[in-house]
Ligand binder design. Sequence first.
Ligand SMILES: [Fe+2]
Length: 242
Amino acid sequence: MRGLVDIHCHILPEVDDGAEDLKTAIRMLAEEQRNGVTKVILTPHFRRGMFETKMPFKRRQFQRLKAAVKHYEMDIQLYFGCEYHVGRHMIDRLDQESGYRMNGSRYVLIEFSSTHSYDYVRERLYRLLSNGYCPIVAHLERYDCFYQEFDRVNELLRMGVHVQITAAAVLGQMGYRQKRFCKKLLKRGLVHYIASDAHDLGKRGVNLQECTTYVEKKYGRELAEEVFIGKPEQILRERSAE
Ligand SMILES: [Fe+2]
C-alpha cells in the first residue's frame, strides 16, 4: 500500500530519545519511503522534567530536516507535531503554542503514564474536548486501565476521543498481550490510526508496510486504508482548510 501517513514518530533529530542526528533522521525518512509512506507528522516528546526541548530549537531542527529532504530530492512531506505527555498546565500550553498540536490543528497526540487511573485519563481527555481539542490517545495498547475494563475504550470513543495504536504491537512484536488487545480493538472498529512510533533504525524502527499487509489480510482493504491513510489525512486537511 502506498501513500501512507505516519502520524507518530521520533524522527526530528537531536530533540528527544529518537533520531540522534540529522543523518539518522534522513535514513529513517528513507525507511519511511521504502514503507510506502509519503507524509510524516514528526512528534517529538514533550514531558515536564524529562523532555523539555525549547520550541524555537525544535522548529529550527524541523527546517534543517526539511532542507535536507529537499537537498536529497526525497519525495516525502513533513509536518510538525508533538507527543504531549499529560500534565497540569496542558490547556494553557496548547492554547499558547500551536507547536504542541498536530500540524497546528486542534488534534493533540496525548500520552499518559501506563499506570494512570482511568478516572484521571478520562478527566484529562474530557478537559481537552471541552476546550475544543480533538485528543488522540497515543499507543492505547500500553495503558493498564483498558486491560482492566475493555468497555472504557467504547466510552472514550463515544466522548469523541481518537485512538492510535502502534504497528509493532499489532504485529505482535511487543508481546502477545498487546497483540491480542490490538486485535480486539481492530475487530470492533475502535482504531483511528496505526503509526510507527519509530525511534531508531533498529528495534523501534519503521515497519508500516508489513503492518498494512497484515491489517489488509486480517480486516480488509477498507479498514487498512482508513487507519493508514484516510483518518491521518483528515488531521492534515483541517489545517489547510483554514
Ligand atoms: Fe512516541
